[in-house]
Design a protein around this ligand. Structure first.
Ligand code: ZN
Ligand code: ZN
Length: 278
């Protein structure tokens, strides 16, 4: 299946520039606040388009701006990775797509452990006692069961592309996060380590990945650094990848990046588009 990926956002949880930050990268962004500046990173999210259908992985706080920037007038599906603010808080804004009659229900795939929190946070239009009198988003919530262990892989049928998608789960601090494999494409964000049995099962099955890497430093307590991400890519035998979920330590325009990144690996930027065969 041919698909176009668009990196809607490539930033870490606070976005770049960070409010109040006076580091070199944040200051350069504030001085040149243009969508062409590849150091300006909205929160991480990915759009996959194929056969006229659009799927978004995560709806970050910048979701509305990102969809306007990319000119996306309809949405078929959303898949969530985990419950953190920077990955879900644009959810209310999918409501606008329901204003227009010609668009049908949006399928929303969520890890099952997120459902209770979704019911609490979005009770105004989800659940039994809907109090909201305005237009509610037409969503069909599809709960994805949590794999029993960090070494098991499950799958579900993704209706909008009529394909089976595999997923697995890992710990990000104390939060469960899901990663998704669409054929030979992997979207993996907010990880620190993967279970070695997962690595063994995925090895050789992925041609291209959009994968998180927080910075070029040696260590981060809950995120994989870009070096650690590149080591994982080697273990998975992935030759082409784009790094996302990048923090303000990383200057896209630093010429030394060419020495830091392996051949086939590049830093992602907001609006980056990649055509793949899944
Ligand atoms: Zn995140
Ligand atoms: Zn900064």
């Amino acid at each position: 299946m041919e698909a176009r990926l668009r990196l809607l956002g490539t930033g870490s949880s606070a976005g770049i520039p960070i409010l109040g930050c006076s580091c070199k990268v944040c200051c350069s962004c504030k001085a040149n606040f243009s969508s062409k500046n590849k150091n300006i990173r909205t929160r991480s999210s990915l759009l996959i388009s194929s056969g006229g259908k659009n799927l978004v992985i995560d709806t970050c706080p910048d979701f509305r701006y990102q969809m306007l920037r990319e000119g996306i007038d309809h949405l078929d599906s959303v898949i969530y990775t985990h419950i953190h603010f920077d990955h879900i808080s644009g959810f209310d804004d999918i409501r606008a797509y329901s204003f227009w009659d010609s668009y049908s229900t949006i399928d929303v795939y969520i890890p099952d452990m997120m459902y209770e929190l979704f019911l609490t946070r979005y009770s105004y239009f989800l659940g039994k006692n809907i109090s909201y009198k305005g237009t509610c988003p037409r969503v069909a919530i599809r709960k994805l069961p949590t794999p029993k262990t960090c070494s098991s892989i499950l799958s579900f049928h993704l209706d909008c592309f009529d394909i089976d998608v595999e997923y697995f789960c890992f710990k990000h601090s104390n939060t469960d996060v899901f990663a998704y494999r669409f054929g030979r494409f992997l979207y993996l964000t907010d990880f620190k380590y993967l279970d070695s049995k997962i690595v063994d099962q995925l090895k050789g099955k992925i041609d291209f990945a959009v994968i998180s890497g927080i910075n070029f430093k040696k260590e981060h307590f809950i995120h994989s650094t870009i070096d650690e991400t590149q080591e994982l890519l080697d273990k998975l035998q992935v030759n082409k990848a784009v790094i996302t979920h990048i923090c303000h330590d990383v200057d896209y325009y630093d010429p030394d990046n060419i020495h830091r990144l392996k051949s086939g690996v590049s830093l992602g930027y907001d609006g980056m588009s990649v055509d793949i065969n899944m």
